[in-house]
Design a protein around this ligand. Structure first.
Ligand code: NAD
Length: 299
């Protein structure tokens, strides 16, 4: 069996289109324009690209995009002050501090300073608690995007065995919670897991969120499994020329697609869904803050 690629770009385009229609409704019927504030500290080149793309797609969705660029040597207190200012700003419905932040700052302190209702990255412990309790809150964007791709690929997830490789708060744990909500039987693997290959082979749905280039090989995947590759790793690509690099996931795409029924490519799989879900979260946050029923926006 040779599987099909899951076209994350197309799924993300559809989702962003639906968000835009709902934003248009919100503007027309409630005279509210959602506002997303993104704070970038320092000059990390990858973060610069992410922030630029977020700004472009936020505006395309009809939302207000606010960008705040702070120098690398900004003190933690100054960043926290900025976050509190955005917490108090009524025109801001969602706040995202782009990670990584400089090493002299505590990521956890920043996360916990963002109001849970404006935490569109879904990382505040209050939102993590809502997710773990099966209650509605802000769900982290990459796991949410991954779960949407899985649901749009397999119609009924109930009873399927989902194996999640990686247990970070950002990806592994939340995706495991989302799959549990879909009635999957979920196994979470991590760096200390024994017999990782055997566990992966037992998966109907396999999610890789590790950060090790092409860790998951073709013979780790059982016939017909759905494979979601969250990893983004830049590796050297001498075949493209001296000093050139390319992006690969945590999955050996060429090997895995021979056994799996569907696989997300890197790039073009999970990545595009992340920003689309950020926009969706901003819309959901705007509705919650204004006591508007999200479902009434025709989403
Ligand atoms: P992380 O470093 O916080 O967590 C990695 C996890 O992998 C840990 O739980 C660790 O226990 C596990 N792990 C490490 N080595 C392992 C091994 N040999 N076997 C099994 N498990 C192992 O990383 P993260 O933030 O969860 O990100 C994971 C990957 O996803 C990275 O490549 C990151 O760049 C990517 N990512 C992509 C997006 C996106 O938008 N597509 C968003 C966030 C992260």
């Amino acid at each position: 069996m040779v599987g099909s690629p899951i076209d994350g770009k197309q799924h993300a385009l559809n989702l962003r289109g639906r968000v835009k229609l709902a934003v248009d409704n919100l503007k027309m019927h409630h005279e509210i324009t959602p506002g997303l504030a993104v704070v970038l500290v320092g000059n990390d080149p990858a973060s610069e690209i992410y922030v630029r793309n977020k700004g472009i797609q936020t505006k395309e969705a009809g939302m207000e995009s606010l960008e705040f660029r702070l120098p690398e040597d900004t003190s933690e207190e100054d960043l926290l002050r900025k976050v509190r200012e955005l917490n108090d700003d009524k025109s801001v419905n969602g706040i995202l501090v782009q990670f990584p932040i400089p090493k002299h700052m505590s990521q956890q302190r920043i996360i916990e300073t963002i109001l849970p209702s404006k935490d569109v990255d879904g990382l505040h412990p209050v939102n993590a608690g809502y997710l773990a309790s099966g209650l509605s809150g802000m769900v982290p964007c990459t796991p949410q995007g991954s779960a949407i791709l899985i649901k749009e690929t397999a119609s009924d997830l109930s009873g399927l065995h989902a194996v999640v490789v990686g247990r970070s708060n950002l990806v592994g744990k939340p995706i495991a919670q989302l799959l549990l909500q879909e009635n999957c039987t979920v196994t979470i693997c991590h760096s200390r897991t024994k017999n990782l290959k055997e566990v992966c082979l037992s998966a109907d749905i396999l999610v890789a969120a590790v950060g090790i280039p092409e860790l998951i090989k073709g013979d780790w995947v059982s016939e017909g499994a759905i494979v979601i590759d969250v990893g983004i790793n830049r590796i050297e690509a001498p075949e493209k020329g001296l000093g050139k690099t390319r992006l690969v996931g945590d999955v050996d795409y060429g090997g895995v697609i021979k056994n799996a029924s569907a696989v997300t490519p890197v790039p073009g799989g999970v990545g595009p869904m992340t920003i689309a879900c950020l926009l969706l979260n901003t819309l959901v946050a705007t509705c919650a803050q204004n006591n508007i029923e999200f479902s009434k926006l025709g989403f």
